[in-house]
Every structure is written in C-alpha cells, then in structure tokens.
Design a protein around this ligand. Structure first.
Ligand code: ZN
Length: 219
C-alpha cells in the first residue's frame, strides 16, 4: 500500500500516521526524517539540504523531491510506504506521480484528516508548558494537580506563543491556502479519502482503519 497522509497542524497527523504504518506493516516515511538522515550521512544531497536549513530557507522542491524519491527506492519501501509531510504542494505531487509512474507504481490513497479550525484552536489553546522544567500539560486532557502550577517543580505554567488562538488560526489559514490545490489535485484523481478527525485519537484511528481496510479489499 502506498499512502500519502495529510492534515492541518494540530490534527494529530503524526500519531495517526504511525498507527496506520504499523497496521499495514509499511515504513512511516517523513520528509523531516529523510532530511535528517541525508544530513547525518553527509551525502551530497544532505550537504545541500543542510545549507538551506542552516540559513532558515525552505529546501527547494527539486531537492526535496529527489531526497524523497531516493528514499522510496530503499529495500524497506518495496512493499509500500506511508508518506508524511510530503508532498506539500501541487508541483511536488506531480513530481511524485511522475517518479512513481517511471517505476510503474502508483499511489493507492491520500488520507486527509479533516478537523475544523475551532476544534484545533480548542485543543492547542488548552496546552500549558512549564518554563522551568519543560513538562507539558493540557487543561482538559492532562491537567496539573494544582491549576496553573507544574506538578514536578511548582513553577507557574505558561501558554506558548505557538499555542495562542490567534497564532493557531493564522497557521491554519496558511496551511489551508497552501494545500487547497493539492487536495483538489488528489480529489480529481479519485485518490482522496476524507476522514473526520474530530473526537478522541482512538475514534479517529478506527475511522481511518475502516476506510483504508475497504480500500485494501477493493484492491
Ligand atoms: Zn516544571
């Protein structure tokens, strides 16, 4: 099974992607991991990637696509794979399709975790972090024993700037604008599986498995 996994920041994509990879016994391939491996291996590609990352620049599509396609040729990917964090743009999706076609391969499905903006804002804005020891909490899911205080060291918990509602909304807007063409692209090719990403991680996981299991049965 060859899968692409998509979802907005805060949708729990990473957790679900790992569970899916485990269920179908395919490697969980993320662009971040690929970059880190290329850099650690000091490959030519890795050296180029490092230069971009060190200067805070985005790694250009051409290099990203090459690194991902290389990774998908590895032995552990012969029975399929799950791509997480790539493609992010329509040109990247086209490049991936072309590379697969050249090997007589194709994607089986693109899972798009759909979670409403306000659900994500609520999840993220409940996060609290201890500025002293780094422990993390959530006011609903993992509350500290004493409201507003770290269990471990007693420090006053804070909300990170990244978790503030206005920041979360802004990031979601950016994500939506960037990925809308990508979602259309896969929808037009009949590959898009929309999965309701609201509810608990267990509920979401069951929904994803249900849809993918029927995908596997249909061939
Ligand atoms: Zn603490």
């Amino acid at each position: 099974m060859r899968l692409v996994f998509m979802g907005p920041p805060g949708a729990g994509k990473g957790t679900q992607a790992k569970a899916v990879a485990k269920r179908y016994d395919i490697p969980h391939v993320s662009s971040g991991d690929i970059f880190r491996a290329e850099i650690a291996g000091e490959t030519d590609l890795g050296k180029q990637i490092k230069q971009y990352l060190d200067t805070g620049a985005l790694v250009p599509d051409e290099i990203t696509v090459r690194a991902v396609v290389d990774r998908l040729q590895a032995d552990d990917c012969q029975g399929g794979w799950l791509l997480d964090g790539f493609p992010r743009t329509e040109p990247q999706a086209r490049a991936l399709d072309e590379a697969l076609e050249a090997n007589n391969e194709q994607l089986n499905a693109v899972v798009n975790l759909a979670v409403g903006a306000e659900v994500i804002v609520r999840r993220m804005s409940g996060r609290r972090v201890c500025p002293t020891c780094g422990r993390t909490y959530h006011v609903e899911r993992i509350p500290p024993k004493v409201e507003g205080k770290c269990d471990a060291c007693g420090a006053e918990l804070i909300i990170r700037d990244d978790d503030k509602p206005e920041t979360v909304r802004q990031r979601l807007g950016t994500y939506e604008r960037a990925t809308a063409p990508l979602i259309d692209y896969y929808d037009q090719r009949g590959l898009l599986l929309r999965v309701d990403g609201s509810g608990t991680p267990d509920e979401v996981r069951r929904r994803i498995f249900e849809q993918l299991d029927s995908e596997v049965q249909d061939g």
